[in-house]
Each structure stands twice: as C-alpha cells, then as structure tokens.
Design a protein around this ligand. Structure first.
Ligand SMILES: [Zn+2]
Length: 143
C-alpha cells in the first residue's frame, strides 16, 4: 500500500518531514500571524507569554492561563492551516479540584491556576489502585 498524501506517521522520515513542514508554520505564526490574533483579542503580549506550545511529531500540547479552549483551537488552526489537523485528546482528560489532568505522550500533565507539573503516565495505574477491570477479574477469578 502506498500513501499518496500526507506524512506517514511512524515512518523513518516522518520526524524530518513534520519538522520541515510544521516548524515553518510555527515560525510564521510567531513571526506575524500571532500579531493579528493578539490584536483581535486585545492582547499586547508575545505568543509565548499567552500560550505555551510543545509539539512532538504529531502530538501537540498547549497550555494557556489566558485563552479559553476555543481560542487555543483558533491558535492551532491558524498555525497549521490545512497542513495539519489536531484533535483534542479527551481520552485521559479529567479534572480534580482546581486541576486539569491529561496525558501527553508518556507523561501526565497536571495544570492548576498556578502551576504545571509533569509526571510519568502509568498505564497500569488502575491496576495498582485496585480499581481497574482487569484487577477485578483477577480477584473475582481467585474467589
Ligand atoms: Zn476565548
């Protein structure tokens, strides 16, 4: 099978191709597209003071204490245009007290009004805490 369009994620050239295409878009955003958005939102701040972004290949993490979710989507869409589309990952998203918690790559990102922290993401967390379905099946099989 031959992929005719897009970048084959996981291929040996995907990192280099994504770097070439998306880094140029990110640079253009910081160079002049951000000024248009910032003016629209009446923010007189550089992009990196409003929204922090980190991309690893095709995974993107955005954190902002100033923009709402919809506005961060606007930043993403304006940055990457038709070259890349990012969907919000809600699979592991949850809130606890004042914290928003989500998974990014192999880390668990916790965002509070005053801090951002990164922890290892434990795929067997439910098993360790005795709350997962696999653990329940094992326990019920023993009894
Ligand atoms: Zn907004």
């Amino acid at each position: 099978m031959i992929q005719l369009t897009g970048v084959p994620i996981g291929g040996f050239l995907s990192s280099a191709i994504l770097g070439l295409v998306l880094s140029a878009r990110e640079s253009t955003m910081d160079g002049h597209r951000w000024k248009t958005l910032a003016n629209k939102w009446r923010l007189n701040l550089p992009r990196n003071k409003v929204v922090s972004c980190s991309r690893y290949e095709d995974d993107l993490l955005l954190c902002s204490f100033l923009l709402c979710c919809e506005c961060t989507h606007t930043v993403v869409d304006t940055t990457y245009g038709r070259d890349a589309h990012f969907d919000r990952n809600r699979d592991n998203e949850r809130s606890y007290n004042n914290a928003m918690i989500n998974k990014f790559l192999d880390t668990q990102v916790t965002i509070t009004p005053t801090a951002v922290s990164f922890d290892l993401y434990y795929t067997n967390w439910e098993f360790i805490n005795n709350t997962g379905e696999i653990r329940k099946k094992i326990v019920s099989a023993r009894t």
